[in-house]
Design a protein around this ligand. Structure first.
Ligand code: FES
Length: 351
């Protein structure tokens, strides 16, 4: 059971005010609730206090109570009930919450706790010498499949080793916490198996009917026994005239040589790959050399509105042109391997 008492008097500030931006945000947030239900904003407001100050003081609790016309005790009850609210000052650069519940404990949470004790403070809820870091042990944070893990502010860092946690702590201490990759730290794709996706490999395309209802897939899934490490598969070269000019309807001259599996670029599916091939785009090295103008032209042709840049096609293609290992090195995950789409059978309308 964690200690949920307020910080001692000497640590309590005399008053609390939201800064200008947060005050405007709070006003808007309170106005979202129906008349007479403004007290429902208590948790978002307390969380905003914590985002601003790193912890929640008594002055802040009283301020929120005044804003929402609530008795102080009611806000105090909320703040002391939910353990995501820090009631004592924490590290100014990071407060590390180490999950110590069974799955994480079985996968090495005790070693992570030892790292925090060594690098921050032997005791939980106490900062390091310069007040920049602190830690605590918490109960399950809901990322058990990627155990062991820690949470820092609003992000989680999963599939941790003690060495990786040390690196992460060093980055936060150096003020570069916002640059640290969040989520799995071992290349796992979200909570997919570490060996790669093993199910839903031939998921048919779902067509959305005009009324928004999805047309059900007709093809049964075939379970796969194992997934081979993805490799860059060469396909038949796209047919292009040997004129040095793009084929009719194409934007690019397809290079000679076999076409790459463009579906390995995250964001490119079977349908999009076909379109790209029709535009004369067939190889990773070609995408890797896209100029700004070519990106704009292709974006326009595909009505993408900047998606090529957003999905980092050029960066992905550069890595894929070297190989899946390079992709893993750059993106921390294996490139996706997608099957060609399975046509959804058309459904006849009954009269
Ligand atoms: S047990 Fe650690 S996240 Fe669930």
């Amino acid at each position: 059971m964690s200690d949920r008492s307020l910080a001692r008097e000497a640590l309590q500030p005399k008053s609390f005010v939201f800064d200008k931006e947060n005050a405007a945000w709070a006003k808007t947030r309170i106005a979202l609730y129906p008349k007479g239900r403004q007290q429902s904003a208590v948790i978002p407001l307390l969380m905003r206090v914590q985002d601003q100050e790193n912890w929640i003081s008594r002055a802040a609790i009283e301020k929120i109570a005044d804003m929402l016309k609530m008795p102080y005790i009611r806000v105090l009850e909320v703040a002391t009930f939910y353990t995501q609210f820090q009631l004592k000052p924490v590290g100014t650069r990071a407060h590390i919450q180490v999950c110590g519940t069974t799955p994480c404990m079985l996968r090495g949470a005790e070693d992570l706790r030892a790292v925090c004790q060594k690098k921050i403070n032997a005791n939980a809820h106490q900062t390091n010498a310069n007040g920049t870091l602190s830690w605590e042990e918490v109960e399950c944070l809901g990322a058990c499949v990627n155990a062991p893990m820690v949470a820092i502010r609003h992000d989680t860092y999963e599939d941790l080793t003690p060495e990786r946690l040390e690196e992460i702590i060093d980055e936060f201490e150096a003020g570069r916490g916002d640059k640290v990759k969040t989520g799995p730290q071992n290349g796992r794709d979200f909570s997919a198996p570490i060996t790669g996706q093993t199910t839903l490999l031939d998921l048919p395309q779902i067509k959305i009917k005009p009324n928004g209802a999805a047309k059900p897939a007709a093809k049964k899934q075939t379970p796969k026994k194992s997934v081979a490490k993805p490799s860059v598969v060469k396909k038949q070269p796209a047919k292009q005239p040997a004129t040095g000019k793009p084929a009719k309807g194409a934007l690019f001259v397809a290079p000679s040589g076999a076409a790459d599996d463009l579906k390995m670029i995250s964001g490119v599916g079977p349908v999009l790959e076909k379109k790209l091939n029709a535009f004369g785009v067939t190889q990773f090295k070609q995408v890797a050399k896209f100029t700004k103008k070519e990106i704009v032209d292709l974006d326009d042709a595909l009505s993408f509105k900047g998606r090529i840049d957003r999905d980092e096609w050029v960066k992905q293609a550069k890595a894929l042109a070297i190989g899946p290992d390079e992709y893993f090195k750059v993106f921390g995950k294996t490139p996706s391997v997608k099957k060609a789409s399975v046509k959804t059978p058309s459904v006849k309308k009954s009269k």
